[in-house]
Design a protein around this ligand. Structure first.
Ligand SMILES: Nc1nc(=O)c2c([nH]1)NC[C@@H]1CN(c3ccc(C(=O)N[C@@H](CCC(=O)O)C(=O)O)cc3)CN21
Ligand SMILES: O=c1ccn([C@H]2C[C@H](O)[C@@H](COP(=O)(O)O)O2)c(=O)[nH]1
Length: 277
């Protein structure tokens, strides 16, 4: 993914030093966008090995409306552990807002069902989107993630928060807005996850996957990722892999990691990096 390397270089060349909530410090630029046509391959980085199992299982977990890390841990995914309470709770994060956005009369709105209904019945709509920025449940910034979850608030405010879909000539495209992007650790996950979501929605709606567009707000590199970024930039990108769906599940909620086959993935080795909490 040349686009990803271009963004890393852009941040190194144009980024300004900014302190941040985690205390690590970043270099950052504001407002960037890249696009990728899914016909050109699956957008998984080749200049470092990226763990697709974590990405697909996290997406399945979101789609199930789950907000407890227990299911993730049972499926070998540890990326949310640092923010969870002793009982694994994260408060009303992504899955809750996607599937059961709370309403003023005590009900819930399933935004994924709304998107599927639009794709099937009103594909030309300009309103096919779902949103996770539910201001009522954002964390109290004077409390820790765990204290927020215990108080019924989100442990962390959503980073990938607005997903909009577009159907034209039988192809499904999507644009994702990420308000804050940990460009070394988070963005490779968010990009591949968006691509998998488009593949699932397209399959369920009898469409072909089109383009993904990723728009990032505060696009930063943590200062303790600099060596890793330079190592990655010294590597030559290889051809993109292919991701194949092995069956068509009954619904968008019935996918399993085993339904996906990744082929021709020949990445450079993984590059470990610390995550700022
Ligand atoms: N600072 C920060 N960056 C993030 O990307 C991030 C957060 N916080 N908080 C919430 C979630 C958790 N996410 C994460 C957390 C860790 C990794 C990570 O360590 N990735 C490793 C592999 C880990 C694995 O698959 O087990 C990597 O090398 O990509 C990735 C995304 C994305 N989000
Ligand atoms: O999907 C995700 C989730 C989180 N991030 C990153 C972006 C920031 O580095 C932190 C969140 O900190 P804030 O102070 O709330 O912005 O997590 C990501 O890149 N992708």
């Amino acid at each position: 993914m040349r686009q990803y390397h271009d963004l890393l270089r852009d941040i190194l060349d144009n980024g300004v030093r900014k302190e941040d909530r985690t205390g690590t410090g970043t270099v950052s630029v504001f407002g960037r966008q890249f696009r990728h046509n899914l016909a050109d391959g699956f957008p998984l980085l080749t200049t470092k090995k990226v763990h697709l199992r974590s990405i697909i299982n996290e997406l399945i977990w979101f789609l199930n409306g789950d907000t407890n890390v227990a299911w993730l841990q049972e499926h070998g995914v540890s990326i949310w552990n640092e923010w969870a309470t002793d009982t694994g709770d994260l408060g009303p994060v992504y899955g809750k807002q996607w599937r059961a956005w709370p309403t003023r009369d005590g009900g819930e709105i399933d935004q994924i069902e709304y998107v599927l209904d639009c794709l099937k019945n009103r594909p030309d709509s300009r309103r096919i989107l779902f949103h996770a920025w539910n201001v009522e449940y954002l964390p109290d910034e004077s409390l820790s993630p765990q204290e927020n979850a215990l108080a019924g608030r989100m442990a962390l405010p959503p980073c990938h928060l607005l997903y909009q879909f577009y159907v034209a000539e039988g192809r499904l495209s999507a644009q994702l807005y990420i308000r804050s992007s940990d460009t070394f650790l988070g963005l490779p996950f968010n990009t591949a996850s968006l691509a998998v979501l488009v593949m699932m929605l397209a399959q369920q709606s009898d469409l072909e996957p089109g383009e993904i567009i990723v728009s990032t707000g505060d696009s930063h590199l943590y200062l303790n990722h600099m060596e890793q970024v330079n190592e990655q930039l010294s590597r030559e990108p290889r051809p993109l892999p292919k991701l194949t769906l092995l069956r068509k599940p009954e619904s968008i909620y019935d996918y399993r990691f085993e339904d996906f086959e990744l082929s021709d993935y020949d990445p450079h080795p993984a590059i470990p990096a610390p995550v700022s909490v």
